[in-house]
Design a protein around this ligand. Structure first.
Ligand SMILES: CC(C)(COP(=O)(O)OP(=O)(O)OC[C@H]1O[C@@H](n2cnc3c(N)ncnc32)[C@H](O)[C@@H]1OP(=O)(O)O)[C@@H](O)C(=O)NCCC(=O)NCCS
Length: 199
């Protein structure tokens, strides 16, 4: 365990940059049967539109070596609604709290940007992701029949309202504190997601 890169590494969430795209696409291919082309990220990152992306990177313990992108997420902010468009963590780095670190950072940034609600679509069979979303207050709101092109699986629509309210802020703060404690037990990410995520 002492020699494991995970035992000594730290993790940091930050905005995705154009230079990250090749690494993101490589991780995404390990996450989804229908990964997005690199061009989609490059276009969205170059054009100052509603799409926002974050990455989580593994920071080497010393100055030697380069940080490695091990996860990514994105959302569109349309007026006051954040729509989560993608999230994925490299299979070797799952179960460490990094998906939650990304998702909570995304929500924190959206709240800073005055989002009042958030929505997403998820495969009906993807109970792992649904559990993460439920943890942050998302509930099913509908279904899109045969939404996914590879296997015609239905999409479950999930959403959460009033993320600008005091009750949600209290819930979010408690989750964030727990997440930081969990991550501090092995990796040590940045302590302030909103500052890290804002560009
Ligand atoms: C969904 C995904 C991003 C979760 O990332 P992760 O880093 O493994 O998740 P975390 O370790 O941060 O766990 C956060 C929460 O997710 C849920 N979760 C994670 N792994 C789980 C598992 N094996 N079984 C059930 N729930 C799980 C839990 O709610 C967990 O919180 P808890 O530990 O308090 O129970 C990751 O599994 C992934 O990349 N999957 C492939 C891509 C994908 O399906 N993306 C979602 C598209 S809608």
């Amino acid at each position: 365990m002492v020699d494991s890169p995970i035992a000594t590494a730290t993790y940091r969430v930050r905005p995705m940059a154009l230079d990250d795209v090749d690494q993101v696409v490589a991780v995404e291919k390990l996450c989804f049967p229908l990964p997005w082309p690199a061009q989609t990220y490059r276009r969205d990152l170059s054009y100052n539109g509603p799409a926002r992306y974050l990455v989580v990177e593994q920071v080497p313990p010393s100055a030697r070596g380069n940080p490695r992108v091990v996860g990514f997420c994105g959302y569109w902010l349309i007026e006051d609604e954040a729509h989560v468009s993608t999230i994925g963590v490299h299979p070797d780095f799952r179960g460490l709290g990094l998906g939650e670190y990304l998702f909570a950072s995304l929500l924190a940034e959206a709240m800073e940007r005055r989002a009042t609600s958030a929505t997403l679509e998820v495969r009906l069979s993807n109970l792992t992701a649904q559990r993460l979303y439920r943890k942050y207050g998302f509930e099913p709101t509908g279904r899109r029949r045969r939404y996914y092109r590879d296997n015609h699986e239905d999409a479950l629509l999930m959403g959460v309202d009033s993320i600008d309210g005091e009750a949600y802020a209290a819930r979010f703060d408690a989750l964030w504190r727990n997440l930081m404690q969990r991550l501090a037990r092995s990796p040590t990410p940045d302590k302030n997601p909103a500052a890290g995520a804002a560009s």
